[in-house]
Design a protein around this ligand. Structure first.
Ligand code: MN
Length: 499
């Protein structure tokens, strides 16, 4: 569903006519070598496309215009091999609508101590040519990523990898559609927000369908498609005895499969990239979608419960960004605390809907009653998640702006079996520590719903927030509450002034 290699990032080198044809030929050949090497690098998930050196105002404008119009172009890497007078860049940068990465590199890694002369210096002068370019981007108050280092440096490739992935997530949102089955969970604040502003700012549309529209599609599901899905369930999961063909609740499994086929059909027909539902609006549905939401997430759809469209869209973007990396991304909720002073941690889960892309081992497929919603017992996948570094990410509507909040966490294996907890779950320790991490989250207005990631870093999310032009707040190893509170205050002032 998500293929990053078909997306293009354009490698654009800036120069000018001052140095003569011979120098420009060397510039072009070096640029081609770098672009080709980036394209071939295993760390770079997208296609890097070499573009001819831009040397005039018109050429710069033109390449920016082309980038805007090319559907598969998700961003531009700019590099000034020589000196590219930056007034030439004003017109192009002014119209550029794709994310910009400034790769501050140099063709030669080392100074050739014995051979260096003025010709070499004039050719390899990005150390100052890139500063001229950087000034103009800063002068124009444009968000961009600046990556510094030799183009073969593994750290540079890693940073570029993260930026390309963020650009892929951002590109995926442009023109995307998300569907809400039913509205927001009644009276809940943080899951709601300004969908008009979101479409303006983020490029995706969120529209509702009455649950009846979905139920109609679910009811048209054929027995054959249900049979096929049951077979898939049998192969991929450990079915509890009661759900097996000869078990007493096999009809619940068929009902769950019917719901999955129905939602998938609905999403495909409407070209949606994700959805929300709410247990308060399930008229005509037998169960709250459990395994359906879980498996749809695993195939790349964004999802969040209780009408939380911001988190559904976020989960989708995170899935795009993490595509092809080991580990997964899921809808998540901070559920319960373990306040043992020696070992404080958070138990994360949801009523049902955690994505099996973060599962450790083969999930079990079970059916149990659900205390709320008043429907039949829903079928769900139950599993633990692997320990390791992870993130919780929350998109919040602050009224005058969106805030993207990230908490770096360390996932840990459960201390004990949880035999009476029939849901997928994750245990983690927030950075910098439990008390500071949770206090900072609450001070920043972070939601109880998040996108949980095993394969993205705070850098991916920061680059993504910069592309969206929204506030980014990080709770990580160095977070200190005094400083964090001040950062939130400065940020409030900034967004009052910078509208
Ligand atoms: Mn919830």
């Amino acid at each position: 569903m998500i293929e990053l290699k078909k997306l293009e990032v354009w490698f654009v080198t800036g120069s000018q006519h001052l140095y003569g044809e011979q120098t420009l030929q060397q510039v072009a050949s070096h640029s081609q070598t770098i672009a080709g090497s980036l394209n071939d690098a295993a760390q770079i998930p997208v296609t890097i496309v070499f573009k001819p050196t831009v040397k005039t105002t018109e050429e710069i404008y033109s390449v920016c215009q082309e980038a805007n119009n090319e559907k598969n172009c998700i961003g531009i890497i700019a590099w000034m091999h020589t000196f590219s007078p930056a007034k030439m860049w004003i017109g192009g940068l002014k119209i550029l609508q794709k994310p910009l990465c400034h790769l501050h590199t140099q063709f030669n890694r080392d100074i050739p101590w014995n051979d260096i002369d003025m010709d070499f210096m004039n050719l390899n002068q990005s150390a100052h040519g890139d500063r001229e370019f950087g000034f103009m981007v800063s002068r124009m108050r444009m968000n961009r990523k600046v990556i510094v280092g030799h183009w073969q440096d593994p750290e540079v490739l890693q940073e570029l990898n993260a930026w390309c992935r963020a650009a892929a997530g951002w590109n995926d949102w442009q023109g995307a559609k998300f569907v809400r089955f039913g509205d927001n969970m009644r009276y809940v604040a943080v899951t709601d927000g300004d969908k008009v502003e979101a479409e303006y700012k983020f490029g995706y549309a969120v529209n509702t369908h009455g649950i009846g529209d979905l139920v109609k599609v679910i009811n048209e599901t054929s027995d054959e498609s249900i049979d096929a899905l049951i077979k898939e369930y049998e192969e991929q999961y450990i079915l509890s005895a009661s759900l097996k063909k000869d078990g007493g609740q096999h009809s619940s499994l068929r009902e769950a499969a019917k719901i999955e086929v129905g939602i998938r059909t609905f999403l495909e027909a409407g070209n949606y990239k994700g959805f929300t539902d709410t247990f308060e609006d399930l008229h005509g549905m037998a169960q709250l979608p459990g395994i359906a939401a879980q498996r749809l997430m695993a195939s790349g759809y964004g999802f969040a419960g209780e009408g939380d469209w911001k988190t559904a869209a976020l989960v989708r973007a995170m899935k795009v960004m993490g595509s092809g990396l080991p580990g997964g991304n899921s809808f998540m909720e901070d559920y319960t605390y373990h306040f043992d002073p020696e070992n404080q941690m958070v138990l994360g889960s949801h009523m049902l809907e955690i994505c099996p892309s973060i599962a450790k081992g083969k999930p079990t497929c079970e059916v149990h009653p659900l205390g709320i919603g008043g429907k039949a017992d829903p079928v769900r996948l139950v599993f633990n998640s692997a320990p390791g570094h992870a993130l919780n990410v929350s998109m919040i509507d602050m009224g005058n702006r969106f805030r993207l909040l990230v908490n770096e966490v360390e996932a840990v294996a459960p201390l004990h079996a949880l035999p009476k907890l029939p849901v997928a779950r994750v245990l983690w320790k927030p950075y910098p520590d439990m008390k500071t991490g949770c206090a900072a989250w609450i001070l920043a207005g972070g939601a109880h719903h998040t996108g949980y990631s095993q394969n993205l870093t705070a850098t991916h999310m920061e680059d993504f927030a910069d592309m969206a032009g929204i506030e980014f707040c990080l709770i990580g190893k160095n977070t200190n509450i005094y400083q964090f509170k001040n950062d939130l205050r400065w940020s409030d002032v900034y967004y009052q002034i910078n509208k």
